[in-house]
Design a binder for this molecule. Sequence first.
Ligand code: MSP
Length: 636
Amino acid sequence: MKTYFVSTAIDYPNAKPHMGHAYEKILADVRARWQRLLGDDVLFTTGLDEHGQKIYESAKLAGKIPQQFVDGQADLFKNFAKKLSISYDRFVRTTDADHVQFVKEFTKVVFDKGDIYKGEYEGWYCTPCESFWTEKELAEEKCPQCNRDVELRSEETYFFKQSQYQQQIIDFIKSGYVVPETRRNELLSRLQEPLKDLSVTRLKDKLPWGIDFVPDEKHVLYVWFDALNNYLTAGKDAYWPCNEHIVGKDIQWFHAVIWPAMLLSAGYELPKKLFVHGFINDKKGQKMSKSKGNGIDPIELLDKYSVDALRYYLLKSVTHGEDGKFNETDLIKLYNTELANDVGNLVNRIIVLSTKFYGGVINPAGESEISIDIEHIKSLYDQNAYHRVIEELGHYSNRINAYLNEKEPWKNDANRDVVLYNVLEHVRLLTILLSPCIPDACEKIAKTLGTRVSPVDKWKYGEEFYELVKSPLLFPRIEESMKEEFKLDLRVGKITAVEKVEGADKLYKEQVDLGDEQRQIISGIAPYYTPEELIGKHVIVVCNLKKAKLRGVESFGMLLAADHGEEIVVVEAANSKPGEQVCTEDMEPRRSRIVFDDFMKVKLEVQGKQLLADGKVLKSVSETISIDVPDGSSVH
Ligand code: MSP
C-alpha cells in the first residue's frame, strides 16, 4: 500500500483557535480523506507549537505555569479539531515526551556534523512572529511581517550553518517543491540574497521555556528549530518523506528554506510538496485581528451552523493559494442554494421515488446513463483545487437532477427501475467524490441509501444493491433570520409615470423603474405633489412588502416619505441609480416578503438631516441618504 503523509502547521496555542487555523485544518483534512479514498495508507498530523517566548508570556499573563497553560489550551484545540471533523492520526504537541527526545537527538546529529557553532547574536526580535530581523529588513523600525514593535537583542547564541545549503535549497525549490508558483517565485527572489546562518538557541536565563540544547545546557532551542521537527517526530518511522506540508503564506520561508536546510544537514530525505495557502480575511478583505474586533470566532460559528456548512463555504469560496474573504451571509446563501436546494433535494427526491415505487429496495438495472469524468476530479484534487472540485461536482449533481426531470419516472413506468437505479448509483458516486469536503453530510447520505462511502476505484456501475433507510432531513435550510439582518429590502427607484387613482383624492398611482423590474405603487401623496414634480425623481422603495390592493388597484411596495406634521416629503436618492440597494452598514438586506406590521417594527426617523433605521444611517452605494426635514420626523 502506498503511504501518504500530510501535515498542517502546528498552531501557537497562546489564544483561542481562529478562522485561519480552521481553514488550514480543513484543507489538510480534505487531502487526508481523499488519499484514503484512493486507497493510500495515510498519516495526517496536526498539533501545537507550545514552546517559545510568546507562549511563556501568555502563560504568565494567564497566571499559570507554562505547562499547565498549554495543557488547557491543548484540550481547546483538540476539541476544535473534533468539531471541524478533522480526521488527524496524530496530534503532536511539542511538549510530548517523544518529540522532546527526538529534537534532542536531531540537534545532536546536526551539532556533531559541525553545522552548529557558537557565536554572538545581535539583531531585532519580534516576539509574536518569533523571528529575528536585521536592521535592513525592518519596515520603518517595525517587524516587516506583522508591523509590531521589535526589540534589540545581543547575546551569546549558537548558529545553524544553513548558508551552506543555499544552492541545494534553490535547486530544490526550482524542482517544484513549493506550490503555487507565485509563492515559489517569491522565495526564489528572496534567495538571490546570500542566506545568513540562523540563531537557533537562547540563553535559558532569558527564556526558560523550551527544549534543552544538549551540547550546552545553558541554552534552550529556538522554537522554530524545535517545532519544524514535529513532522519527523510523527512521520520518521514509516511515513517519511512527507508528501505534503500545508502552511499559510506567512510561514513559507521556514518551511521552504530553513526546514530543508535542517533535513539536508541531518541527512533526511526532503519532503515532496509544500502547499502554501492564502489568508482568510474579514468580509472587506482586511486581516482579522483582535484589536480591530473584526475576527469571527469559528467555534461560535460551528455552534450556530453545521460543520458541513462551514467546510463547504470555505472550500468553495476560496480559490486555492489565494486569500479569501469571510462573509457569514454568503455562507448561509451558499449552503441554502447548493447544499439544501441542489444536493439535498436530489437525495430527497430519489428517496421519495424509490420508496413510493419499490418500497425502498432497488436492485441493479440497465446501464449507466449519466456521465462524469472521474479522472478530471482526481486531477483537481491532486492540484489542491478544491473549489473547482466542488464546482464540478455541482455540475454533476445538476446533471443527475436534469436526468431525473427528463425521464419523469413518476409518470413513466417504462424503465422506471433503470432510471431510479441510475440516479442512486450516481448519487452514491457523487457522495464518494464529495466526501473529503463535507464528510459528515456524505456519511449521512450514504447511510440513508444503505451504502458506505467506499474507495473511489471501487465504484462500478451495477454492483450496489439499495435498501433505503428513513433518515432525518439531511440539509435543513438555515433560517436567514439567524443572521443579524436588516428587515427591509429598500431599493432606489425612478418614478416614470404618475396618475390619480379614480375616486380617491389623496392617492397617486406611480410607475416605478427599479432597474431590473417595474412596479406599480399607490401612495397618499397627491395633496403634496403634482404629478410633474414627481416624475423623474429617484425615490426609495420598500420592495419586500406583500402586494396589496388600494381602492381595487394593485400596489406592490411603498415609497418612503417623511412626515413632520405639516406636510409629507418624499425621501430622495438623487445621486443613486435605479436598483441600488439602500441599507445600514454591516447588515444584510432581507429579500423575503414582510407584512406591514413587520415594516412598522423598524424605526425610521430623521436625525441631522440623515435618514436612520433603528439608529443606524441608511446608505446606497452612491450616497448617504439625506432629507431636509426637522429632526425627529417620522418616516414611513
Ligand atoms: N507555530 C507556527 C507554525 C509552526 S509549524 C512547524 C505558527 N502558528 S500560527 O498559529 O501562527 O499559525 C498556524 C497556521 O495558521 C499557519 O500556517 C498560518 O499561516 C495559518 N494562519 C494563521 N492565520 C491565518 C489566516 N487568517 N488565514 C489562513 N491561515 C492563517 O505559525
